[in-house]
Design a binder for this molecule. Structure first.
Ligand SMILES: Cc1cc2nc3c(=O)[nH]c(=O)nc-3n(C[C@H](O)[C@H](O)[C@H](O)COP(=O)(O)OP(=O)(O)OC[C@H]3O[C@@H](n4cnc5c(N)ncnc54)[C@H](O)[C@@H]3O)c2cc1C
Length: 339
C-alpha cells in the first residue's frame, strides 16, 4: 500500500504541473498514467508540433513542453507509475483507496484527476487490412516526422491535425490529402494555406474521396480511394496517416460516483473539487462555466487544487501563501542554497 498526500491521475501537462505545485507547498504526491510515456496529448498526439500560447514561451513543441515540465519536477524526485490505469477509487474512512490495473494500491486523502480525455484512442480506418500495416506505414499520430522525409505520404482527414500535418510535411515530402467532404473543418487560415500549397503541386487534394482498398504484401505499396460518385483512383504511397479525431473514452472514471457532464467532470472554481470531498478534477477533464481546454487553464486549475489538498493532508496546519522568489522553505524544497 502506497501512502501519499495526493495521488494524481494523468501525467499530461496538467498532472505534471499540479505535482510541481503540491511539492512546492510541501505535500507529497505520486502520479499514475496508463500510457507508456509522460506528457499526455502533447507527447502522444503532437510531439513535433509547435505550441504558441504557453505564457512566456513564445514557441515550443509538445515534446519540448513535456521535457521542460519534467525538468521543473527534477528537484522533487516524484514517483511516476506508467502503464498503470487507475481502475477503482473507493472511500475508506477519511481517505481514498485507489487501485490500478496492475493492482497497485494507494491510500490518500486527496485524488486529483488530470485524466484529459480519459483513456483516449484514435479513430481508425474501417478496413481490417489496415491493421497489419499499423505503426509501420499506417499511423494515427506522428512521433518522428523525419521518417517521412523524401517519401510520399497520404493524409486522410479534414480537421486541424490533418491539415496542419499536410502543411508541415509538405516541406520535405510529397503529400496526398484525402477528405471525404468538400469542406474542411480546420481553421480557415489553415485551409487557405493548404489550397495555396496545392497550387504549387506540393499537396495533391482529393475531396469527396474515402479509402477503398490497401495494396501491398509485407510492405505497403499503395491504396485505392473511391469518390462519392463511384470513381476509383489508385495512389502510390509510402505512408498513410489517418487523422479522424479521437474516440474519447472516460473509461473507469465514469464509475467513481462523480458528477459528470457528458465526458467531463463538474467542479467548483475555488478548489476544483468534484461532488466527492477530496477528489478534484483539473485540465481537459474538468468543466465549469467558461472552461477553456487549454494547457494554461490546466496549470491554473492544478495550482488551486494543490492548495485545496493541503487542508485534508495537513489538518492541523495552516496553509501560508508564499512567493517562490522569497520563501526560504520553498527554496529548501527546490534544493536551492543561499537567499
Ligand atoms: C493537435 C493538438 C494541438 C493542440 N494545441 C494546443 C495549443 O496550441 N495550446 C494549448 O494550450 N493546448 C493545445 N492542445 C490541447 C492540450 O494538449 C490539452 O489541453 C492538454 O493536453 C490537456 O492536458 P491534460 O494534462 O489535462 O490532459 P492530457 O494531456 O490528455 O493527459 C491526460 C493523461 O491522463 C491519462 N489517463 C486518463 N485516464 C486515466 C486513468 N484512468 N488512469 C491512468 N491514467 C489516465 C492519459 O493516459 C493521459 O496521459 C492541443 C491538442 C491537440 C490534440
Amino acid at each position: 500500500m502506497n501512502k501519499t498526500d495526493a495521488l494524481i491521475i494523468g501525467a499530461g501537462p496538467t498532472g505534471l504541473f499540479t505535482a510541481h505545485q503540491l511539492k512546492l507547498i510541501g505535500l507529497d504526491c505520486e502520479i499514475v498514467d496508463n500510457l507508456d510515456k509522460i506528457g499526455g496529448q502533447c507527447i502522444e498526439l503532437y510531439p513535433d508540433k509547435p505550441i504558441y500560447d504557453i505564457p512566456a514561451i513564445p514557441e515550443c513543441t509538445g515534446e519540448e513542453l513535456t521535457n521542460n515540465l519534467i525538468k521543473q519536477l527534477k528537484p522533487f524526485n516524484i514517483k511516476i507509475h506508467l502503464n498503470e490505469r487507475v481502475d477503482e477509487v473507493k472511500k475508506d474512512k477519511a481517505n481514498w483507496v485507489v487501485k490500478t490495473s496492475n493492482n497497485k494500491i494507494f491510500n490518500t486523502p486527496n485524488v486529483i484527476i488530470a485524466g484529459g480525455v480519459g483513456s483516449f484512442e484514435p479513430r481508425k480506418f474501417p478496413l481490417k487490412d489496415c491493421e497489419k500495416y499499423e505503426n509501420k506505414s499506417i499511423f494515427y499520430a506522428i512521433k518522428d516526422k523525419k521518417i517521412f522525409e523524401g517519401k510520399t505520404v497520404t493524409i486522410f482527414g479534414g480537421g486541424d491535425s490533418a491539415l496542419d500535418w499536410a502543411i508541415e510535411l509538405s516541406k520535405n515530402s510529397k503529400i496526398n490529402l484525402v477528405h471525404r467532404r468538400d469542406d474542411f473543418r480546420a481553421a480557415q487560415a489553415t485551409v487557405n494555406q493548404v489550397k495555396e500549397i496545392a497550387k504549387s503541386g506540393k499537396i495533391n487534394l482529393f475531396t469527396k474521396y474515402q479509402i477503398n482498398t490497401i495494396r501491398g504484401k509485407n510492405e505497403l505499396e499503395g491504396i485505392e480511394i473511391k469518390h462519392d460518385d463511384g470513381n476509383v483512383k489508385d495512389l502510390n504511397t509510402d505512408f498513410v496517416l489517418g487523422f479522424f479525431g479521437l474516440i474519447m473514452q472516460l473509461g473507469p472514471i465514469a464509475d467513481w460516483g462523480l458528477n459528470l457532464d457528458k465526458k467531463t467532470i463538474n467542479v467548483d472554481t475555488e478548489k476544483f473539487e468534484t461532488n466527492q470531498k477530496g477528489i478534484y478534477a483539473v485540465g481537459d477533464i474538468c468543466t465549469y462555466p467558461g472552461k477553456l481546454k487549454l494547457i494554461l487553464s490546466g496549470f491554473h486549475e492544478g495550482a488551486l487544487a494543490a492548495r485545496a489538498c493541503f487542508k485534508l493532508a495537513r489538518p492541523n496546519e495552516k496553509y501560508r501563501f508564499e512567493f517562490t522568489t522569497s520563501s526560504k522553505s520553498i527554496k529548501n524544497r527546490l534544493g536551492i542554497k543561499g537567499d
